[in-house]
Design a protein around this ligand. Structure first.
Ligand code: PBG
Length: 339
């Protein structure tokens, strides 16, 4: 065994031994030298808007998360804003669905009405992000419209993109601060950017779900958003989990097409992808701490097997350490309360 004194004599120039524990002795010292922080400004809270009034439908696999009718959702936004949460991102549960996902681009649809109500509440510091996808609005649960090809039923990329543009325009017109396409169709960021600009919304940023993987960690979300595919899976459009070079390609395409903020999703099993994106692209980077990541912590904590607060905080700071600037997380309010 070498003593700390011997171990520290590494370059012959330093006077005295290096004892890293000196800076860990007290909370004040640890705080002063802490390298990464989760800040309120980093936090984005996902919310699920459903029809009705005074409706709160809890999601089994996501304790503390619920579908909310617009009246309750506005109160949830007020409370998030009061805690200093930076933004909410909205998903919609429409009263009915169809093959073309038309409730998703209905100007009177659930999300446009929710945006309008939040804006009317005058929560000026709270950004409203609109998730753009068709999976909550199609009766088959896929992220776009289906066509039959030789290989069977497939999502039609280019027809879907046109509908995503319509959806984006509806959300922008109803007051969304940021448009966030999560569908993984090719070329959608560019078409949405052009569409927004032509409609006079050149000031509305796009947060692109740029590297979004076909992940089993979305399981609980599909219950929350009622968006589980009725046949097949999403591997024909979301990314294959083992790939990282391809993530860099997806991100650079989205940036070329005009994305302002890029996202990696999920976060935890993809911290290396976040790090690679951080090193390569000098733009704001978001990470989505997804439903399955939340559910695992909640479930283990409910069993008394882990300490929820400490595990939560450790996980969230790992996402910052990997390189994210902002985090979409169902823990946003809980964490903001402690900051
Ligand atoms: C919609 C969408 C999904 C999530 C966010 N937007 C689900 C999916 O792609 O199946 C997942 C979020 C989560 O799991 O928390 N395309």
């Amino acid at each position: 065994m070498t003593s700390p004194d011997e171990a520290a004599s590494f370059d012959g120039e330093r006077i005295g031994p290096v004892r890293p524990r000196r800076l860990r002795r007290t909370g004040a010292l640890r705080g002063m030298v802490r390298e990464h922080h989760v800040r309120r400004e980093d936090l984005i809270l996902p919310l699920f808007a459903c029809p009705g009034t005074n409706v709160r439908h809890e999601i089994d696999a996501m304790p503390g998360v619920a579908q909310m009718s617009i009246d309750l959702l506005v109160e949830e936004c007020r409370s998030a804003a009061g805690l200093g949460v930076a933004a909410v991102i909205l998903f919609g549960i429409p009263p009915h669905k169809d093959a073309e996902g038309s409730p998703g681009y209905d100007p009177q649809g659930i999300v446009p009405r929710a945006i309008g109500a939040i804006k009317e509440a005058g929560l000026d510091d709270l950004l409203v992000i609109a998730d753009v996808c068709l999976c909550e609005y199609t009766d088959h649960g896929h992220c776009g419209v289906i066509h039959e090809s030789a290989a069977g039923a497939e999502v039609d990329n280019d027809r879907t993109v046109e509908l995503l543009v319509r959806e984006s325009l509806v959300y922008a017109a109803s007051g969304a601060d940021i448009i966030a396409p999560s569908d993984m169709m090719d070329g959608r960021v560019g078409r949405i950017r052009t569409g927004l600009d032509e409609a006079g919304h050149n000031d509305i940023p796009i947060m692109a779900y740029a590297a979004k993987y076909a992940s089993a960690f979305y399981g609980p979300f599909r219950e929350a958003a009622g968006s589980a595919p009725q046949f097949g899976d999403r591997r024909g459009y979301q990314m294959d989990p083992p790939n990282v070079r391809e993530a860099m390609l997806e991100i650079s395409l989205d940036l070329d097409e005009g994305a302002d903020i890029i996202m990696v999703k999920p976060a935890l099993a993809y911290l290396d992808v976040l790090r690679a994106a951080r090193q390569r692209f000098d733009v704001p980077l978001a990470a989505y701490n997804v439903s399955g990541e939340y559910a695992m912590i909640k479930a283990a904590a409910q069993q008394g097997w882990i300490d929820e607060v400490r595990v939560r905080d450790e996980v969230l700071v790992s996402i910052k350490r990997a390189g994210a600037d902002m985090i979409l997380t169902y823990f946003a309010k809980d964490v903001a309360r402690t900051l």
